[in-house]
Design a protein around this ligand. Structure first.
Ligand SMILES: *[C@@H]1O[C@H](CO)[C@@H](O)[C@H](O)[C@H]1NC(C)=O
Ligand SMILES: *[C@@H]1O[C@H](CO)[C@@H](O)[C@H](O)[C@H]1NC(C)=O
Ligand SMILES: *[C@@H]1O[C@H](CO)[C@@H](O)[C@H](O)[C@H]1NC(C)=O
Ligand SMILES: *[C@@H]1O[C@H](CO)[C@@H](O)[C@H](O)[C@H]1NC(C)=O
Ligand SMILES: *[C@@H]1O[C@H](CO)[C@@H](O)[C@H](O)[C@H]1NC(C)=O
Ligand SMILES: *[C@@H]1O[C@H](CO)[C@@H](O)[C@H](O)[C@H]1NC(C)=O
Length: 345
């Protein structure tokens, strides 16, 4: 009986399974394939509908997925930006934070040299005297428009570093609409998180010589008929330095005082803006100043180099035609030290 039962069950298994299984298995496979097909189709349809929705409705939302802010102190937040240029893609650096700056200076204060140092940094892009072009500084709306384009990394110049820029800015002379529109520019700087780098020259007499020589060369064009404000060889520097300006000794004190006052006024106007004050002479003598500057801009520290050569070197007595008059005019005044101080770079 047990044997019978056993053989019966054996029979069931032996007989029924081999016979039925191909059909049942086939059915199961077909059903499974159908279910899978329907499932995959439904997923595909869902994705297509999302993609079309993205394409036509919520596209910007998805593209402008905010970058993960790096770990920064709350006070730094207004100064950290993630620009999205319209003219190109920031590619792998799209989420690298960018700082905005403006070098505020006066003509012949070493700012050209200073800017070549900044641009020697892989991650800094300083775009020159953008506002030397008058229409750009016509009124605050043209100024803001120009700055917007610059800070959005859409300003194309030889200094553009494109995608991996970590600090972007310009060189802005005090007489290029900066003082006239100071209230609105301070407001722009403070709302957009722009930091100011003041670059001034301590020896205003040397600055005056450079101003006079540069304006003379604009007419005389000493270097084979081209006017140059900055040079890259000692030979060229020597040629330019041959010209010795005559300084109107009567007007000298008033002239120096006026430059001093303009500088003080600029510092007063922009005191609420985040800023650093640098003097040309200090940067020349003390390269730690460039480390301070890179820390201020929060860029990685680099050894910065410039190929520019200083034009006026050595004793002032050899650089001024009427040295005697100038000496007499400054002796005993607060500006007497300008006669002595000398610097190298
Ligand atoms: C920085 O200056 C050095 C020396 O002139 C040069 O080799 C290097 O390419 C410059 N780097 C940049 C980013 O301009
Ligand atoms: C600003 O200046 C530009 C260019 O000169 C001019 O087209 C525009 O009308 C001016 N806007 C205002 C508000 O004055
Ligand atoms: C600086 O630029 C290099 C590429 O030139 C990039 O790899 C790096 O991430 C940039 N650094 C910052 C702080 O953006
Ligand atoms: C001017 O041009 C001549 C001939 O081309 C050249 O030898 C000389 O070096 C140039 N001088 C300067 C200052 O560029
Ligand atoms: C200096 O400037 C004043 C005012 O412009 C002028 O009257 C005077 O003649 C000038 N002096 C010299 C030596 O050029
Ligand atoms: C160089 O500058 C740093 C700060 O920027 C200052 O601490 C240091 O005393 C200066 N060194 C000299 C020799 O002036």
């Amino acid at each position: 009986m047990a044997d019978d039962l056993c053989s019966f069950t054996k029979d069931i298994f032996l007989v029924k399974v081999p016979k039925k299984s191909p059909l049942v298995l086939r059915m199961i496979v077909v059903m499974f394939a159908m279910v899978c097909g329907v499932y995959i189709c439904s997923i595909c349809l869902k994705q297509i509908s999302i993609r079309t929705k993205v394409g036509f409705v919520s596209f910007p939302e998805v593209i402008q997925k905010p970058c993960q802010k790096p770990d920064i102190e709350p006070g730094e937040v207004p100064y950290v930006h993630f620009p999205k240029p319209t003219t190109y893609s920031r590619a792998e650096c799209a989420c690298n934070p960018v700082r905005y700056f403006a070098i505020l200076s006066m003509q012949r204060s070493g700012s050209g040299w200073f800017e070549t140092l900044l641009n020697n940094h892989t991650n800094i892009s300083s775009n020159g005297e953008i506002f030397s072009v008058k229409v750009r500084r016509s009124n605050m709306s043209t100024i803001a428009e120009t700055l917007d384009r610059l800070y959005n990394l859409d300003w194309l110049s030889s200094a553009s570093k494109n995608e991996c820029t970590a600090a972007v800015g310009l060189k802005w002379m005090l007489n290029q609409g900066l003082m006239q529109n100071h209230e609105q520019i301070v407001e722009y700087f403070n709302t957009r998180g722009v930091a100011a780098i003041f670059l001034f020259r301590r020896n205003l007499l040397r600055r005056l010589i450079s101003v006079l020589a540069n304006s003379y060369d604009r007419e005389a064009k000493l270097l084979n008929g081209t006017h140059k404000s900055h040079v890259h060889s000692h030979h060229e520097a020597e040629i330019l330095a041959k010209y010795k300006p005559t300084i109107n000794a009567t007007l000298l004190i008033a002239n120096l005082r006026q430059v001093e006052e303009t500088t003080a006024k600029a510092l007063e106007y922009f005191k609420s803006t985040r800023h650093i004050i640098l003097y040309y002479e200090d940067v020349v003598k003390n390269r730690t100043k460039l480390i301070d500057l890179q820390d201020f801009l929060k860029v990685p520290q680099r050894d910065l180099k410039s190929r520019q050569v200083k034009i006026h070197k050595g004793s002032l007595s050899n650089q001024i035609e009427n040295w005697g008059d100038v000496q007499k005019a400054l002796k005993g005044t607060q500006y007497e030290s300008f006669l002595h101080a000398d610097i190298r770079r």
